[in-house]
Design a protein around this ligand. Sequence first.
Ligand SMILES: NC(=O)c1ccc[n+]([C@@H]2O[C@H](COP(=O)([O-])OP(=O)(O)OC[C@H]3O[C@@H](n4cnc5c(N)ncnc54)[C@H](O)[C@@H]3O)[C@@H](O)[C@H]2O)c1
Length: 251
Amino acid sequence: MTTQSLQGRIALVTGGGSGIGRATCQVLEREGATVAVCDIKESAVRETVNLLKDPSKHLAVLTDVSNSESVESTISAIVDKYKSPPTLLVNSAGVTGIGPMKSFKEEAFSRCIDVNLKGTFLMCKAVANAMAKHKLNHGSFVNIASITGIMGLKDNSCYSGSKGGVIAFTKAASKELITDGIRVNSILPGPIESGMVSADNEIVQQAIRERTPIGRIGQPEEVAEVAAFLLSDKSSYMVGSSVEVTGGYIC
Ligand SMILES: NC(=O)c1ccc[n+]([C@@H]2O[C@H](COP(=O)([O-])OP(=O)(O)OC[C@H]3O[C@@H](n4cnc5c(N)ncnc54)[C@H](O)[C@@H]3O)[C@@H](O)[C@H]2O)c1
């Protein structure tokens, strides 16, 4: 008999309406967690919940991670339904920021930072505070960053910068939150087939041919399995780490 590594735990997954976030919801359910699926796209959250084996057990929440009121009301909705805040968090909500830096629009830069970096901060803060309020001290947070955050991708300065921020934020926050019993780690994916990156896109095809030793694009499930591992006690000595899931990709 196989045991489920997240049995009885409540998980919040942002960006749960698509790609890596959706696959993570599915893997976490398989591992026994109850999942609050959060996304800015209402139809997408519902679709994800309906894809789960037992939809009635889980919760669909419309959330804008860049907005603190929306983040707080998401935590309230979870506490209302389960009488407990989540103790597992996956920050997968993200937006791209593609274009040469010299002509990149200020508003687009701000949006990229607001969703990718500030959204990660707001969620970590809200869940950590809710756990403290409920005297819970066994948690694990996973922030989906990107390999571009340490390597830098041409014509992606804004996106790379936001993800470099997520990696540094994760390392710093992990040193603080471990004293509350919460481990925080990040995952640095390479090219993964999702709403954000299509295998049909010629830039991606070229990157795969030239820069990915494994010779293919990654699948969302291959990131989700690592997220589930980092959330579980199997990774109990991992704190502040940045785990590369890239097929060997070099930016
Ligand atoms: N796909 C890749 O190649 C790749 C590589 C490295 C890192 N990542 C990161 O992985 C994460 C997941 O991306 P994906 O590839 O699954 O893309 P995706 O576009 O399929 O999923 C991203 C989800 O985030 C949601 N979202 C956007 N803004 C939001 C907001 N303000 N509040 C709540 N939800 C919001 C979107 O609606 C979407 O459902 C992102 O953080 C992305 O930067 C992806």
